[in-house]
Design a protein around this ligand. Structure first.
Ligand code: SF4
Length: 415
């Protein structure tokens, strides 16, 4: 029997509004069965498909092809899917139907995360997520035979240290409660999360489980709350923090496919190497790694304080972190197999990254709250999905942890 769905985000609304952003941006992965099904749909005889390749295969992985500059090969002039129009939704690949849902194994059930790259998710547009429970359950049932069973061991807390699923959910509940505290700025709450996680990393939980663990978490949450300093007392990030941060931010910002692809894709290997050097150096004109970046933008533009976050941005981040935490969309296979604590660090890092990029995207035409929302959409697109992060994320997080740079980055870019 398929495993049930739990933890549908309660704060979050969503419905597909047919903007076709996902169809223009992603190379949709296909299973062998999906490829055969689409092959059998007779597209070669349809107008506009003569001689057109339907599939692209890179390193043995097949995806739907894109037309030059025009998004998915099946996207029509009205921004609609031709497979959907001709054969109905069920004929589309699972990745198209399930987007922007992310199903994460949670023990004896699936948890449901979301990709904030979808504008309707970021803007909280549509009906409450509970309405989509049956669809999410159907996607879970389809994933299980494809080797994505929900019944997996929980991700370790850190290498060599694991707890049961039930206890892992206790940690997540405690962290989620910090993030949900009303009337406290998100930057303060995230620095509290970091304080608590640093304390918990030093402890062993062999004998502290179940209710005793919940009580310990309650006590430590209160104790660490008193240790969180006010923003003004936090020094700016150091050289290591800034350098590692910029390099990870470059990967999270870079886009190589779709209408927002950066100009780096046209400048070849040397251009990409030079851009990497510029991000390490961090001065002067910023390479245009994403077409949304205003022309002529400079690294210094991201270092000018912009004041406390607007209320809309606080609300956006409150939803973002609750969805990602409740769904466990930060640890284990869903995030490059990062253990729980480094995975949590990678999630916290999204906050300064979105604010860093939001400063660059703010223009007279694009207000700060909208720029921050667009920035969050961009960096979340890479989160857990950009293969370039595979080799770099865990090393970068380790460097930030050793120098205790993460709280400084959170405080610095929230000013
Ligand atoms: S990006 Fe979101 S709203 Fe737009 S077509 Fe895709 S799922 Fe629908």
């Amino acid at each position: 029997m398929p495993l049930p769905i739990r933890s549908l985000p309660v704060l979050q609304n969503w419905d597909c509004h047919g903007c076709s952003d996902c169809c223009r941006t992603y190379a949709v992965p296909l299973s062998d069965e999906e490829r055969q099904r689409i092959d059998g749909q007779g597209w070669a005889n349809e107008p506009g498909f003569s001689g057109v390749e339907l599939f692209t295969t890179v390193k043995g992985n097949t995806s739907l092809a894109h037309r030059p500059g025009g998004g998915c090969v099946f996207l029509n002039e009205d921004g609609r899917c031709r497979i959907h129009a001709k054969f109905g939704s069920a004929a589309k690949p699972l990745a198209c139907r399930a987007y922007p849902f992310v199903l994460v194994p949670g023990g004896d059930h699936w948890r449901v995360g979301l990709r904030f790259t979808c504008p309707s998710v970021a803007e909280n547009k549509g009906r409450p997520m509970g309405v989509h429970a049956a669809d999410a359950a159907a996607y879970g049932a389809e994933l299980e035979p494809r080797g994505r069973p929900a019944e997996l061991p929980p991700p370790p807390l850190q290498p060599g240290q694991s707890v049961s699923w039930a206890d892992l959910h206790r940690f997540t509940k405690a962290i989620g409660e910090i993030v949900s505290t009303p009337d406290v700025p998100m930057e303060h709450k995230l620095r509290h999360v970091l304080k608590l996680s640093r304390t918990l990393r030093k402890l062993h939980f062999d004998k502290v489980t179940g209710q005793r663990l919940s009580e310990l978490l309650e006590v430590l949450t209160e104790a660490t709350a008193e240790e969180v300093e006010t923003n003004a007392n936090i020094p700016p990030p150091g050289w290591v923090g800034r350098t590692v941060f910029r390099q990870l931010a470059a990967i999270h910002t870079r886009v190589d496919l779709g209408p927002n692809r950066g100009t780096m894709t046209e400048s070849g290997w040397f251009g990409r190497m030079f851009a990497g050097y510029r991000f390490a150096w961090g001065g002067g004109a910023m390479p245009r790694v994403n077409g949304v970046l205003p022309p002529g933008v400079r690294f210094e533009d991201a270092e000018r304080p912009t004041g406390p976050l607007p209320a809309e941005s606080e609300e956006l981040f409150a939803r973002y972190f609750r969805v990602k935490l409740d769904s466990l969309q930060f640890a284990g296979a869903i995030n490059f197999h990062l253990p729980y604590w480094p995975g949590l660090d990678s999630l916290v890092l999204i906050f300064p990254m979105a604010l860093w990029l939001g400063r660059l995207l703010t223009t007279p035409e694009r207000s700060r709250p909208i720029a921050i929302r667009e920035a969050l959409r961009i960096v979340d697109d890479s989160y857990g999905f950009n293969a370039l992060l595979k080799g770099k994320l865990s090393g970068g997080l380790r460097s930030l942890d050793i120098k205790d740079e993460l709280p400084r980055l959170v405080a610095h870019y929230a000013r």
